[in-house]
Design a protein around this ligand. Structure first.
Ligand SMILES: Nc1nc2c(ncn2[C@@H]2O[C@H](COP(=O)(O)OP(=O)(O)OP(=O)(O)O)[C@@H](O)[C@H]2O)c(=O)[nH]1
Ligand SMILES: [Mg+2]
Length: 301
């Protein structure tokens, strides 16, 4: 079908520090879960593409890992995937956490995006947990940053102002091309999302540094008409973490598995038989080969 003259499309990067709510925002915009979310920073490790199809527009969003200082090979991969996103996008949605103090370093951080020379919308997230009187002076402070197209307080969690954000983005789009089929809302494979679901449950259930050292790898996927048998390796970086992830009498692993299976069944609309295996790869986040093997290949960013 030919696009009408007023059809708009384009690519939008969602960027910002870890834990500010970028992935929550993407899921809310799409009304589908394409990116995993957790209260722990550095949840997202890859660029995640989500497509919002509306009768007169197609917006392609790219969620990115939170920006932080690189400490290992995995961090370097994450940084590369953030850097590579800017080439292709028309609009940058820069997300900050509205519950955090907005000081000079925040202002400088936001100003550092000016050199990208992209139309930029600043989103101040998590307003559901604040009140207008507290938020207003903070947002007023941001008005001195002149290169921004819009400053918008939102709640990615409740969806407040998310429709306004989408309208503001549409105003900035100039392409007239349909890049993807109408019925596609992500380019992530079900296999990739399944691995991410296992990682998400581990992020929620495990404490301290353990979840950050976890990678997941789908090693078996046998699908028939009404069931899928999925086997997934959970890779950990220290032998001493093995007992913690398995738990007393296997309780922790069982819990991760049950929660992941329920979510996979919703996604796949089929009965899922999920087998989890724990494997130790000492210090894998510092090993380029392992980082590549577990799906974080710099050549793919
Ligand atoms: N109260 C509140 N919490 C939110 C909101 N948006 C996200 N969160 C919470 O903030 C935490 C981080 O959310 P994510 O969406 O994983 O954040 P992220 O920016 O993608 O994080 P990284 O992938 O680590 O960079 C989670 O606990 C979310 O539930 C919001 O609008 N309000
Ligand atoms: Mg994320």
């Amino acid at each position: 079908m030919e696009n009408t003259k007023d059809f708009k499309s384009g690519f939008v990067a969602i960027v910002g520090k870890p834990n500010v709510g970028k992935s929550t925002l993407l899921n809310k915009i799409l009304k589908e879960k394409v990116a995993i979310v957790s209260p722990k920073p550095q949840t997202t490790r890859n660029k995640i593409l989500g497509i919002l199809n509306e009768p007169n527009s197609q917006i392609i969003f790219i969620d990115t890992p939170g920006m932080h200082k690189s400490q290992n090979k995995l961090d370097e991969y994450m940084q590369k995937s953030i850097n590579s996103v800017y080439e292709d996008v028309d609009v940058v949605v820069l997300v900050i956490d509205g519950l955090k103090i907005i000081d000079d370093s925040t202002i400088n951080f936001i100003k550092s995006f000016e050199k990208l020379n992209k139309k930029t919308i600043l989103v101040v997230n998590k307003i559901d947990e604040s009140n207008f009187n507290k938020m207003y002076p903070k947002i007023a402070k941001l008005n001195e940053i002149s290169y921004l197209q819009t400053i918008l307080p939102i709640s990615a969690k409740t969806g407040q102002n998310v429709d306004v954000l989408i309208d503001e983005i549409k105003k900035l789009l100039t392409d007239n091309v349909k890049y993807f089929d109408d019925d596609l809302y992500t380019t992530q494979s079900e296999r990739f999302i399944a691995g991410e679901i296992v990682r998400e449950k581990a992020l929620w259930l495990l404490q301290d540094e353990i979840p950050h050292g976890i990678a997941t790898q789908i090693v078996e996927w046998k699908e028939s008409e009404n069931k899928v048998v999925i086997s997934c390796d959970i890779i950990i970086e220290k032998k001493s973490h093995k007992q913690i992830i398995i738990g007393k009498d296997g309780e922790m692993l069982k819990n991760i598995g049950t929660k992941a299976r329920i979510e996979m069944e919703k996604m796949l609309n089929k009965k899922v038989f999920l087998n989890l295996f724990v494997k130790v790869k000492e210090d894998w986040r510092n090993n380029s080969q392992f980082v590549d093997d577990f799906g974080y290949n710099s050549k793919d960013v």
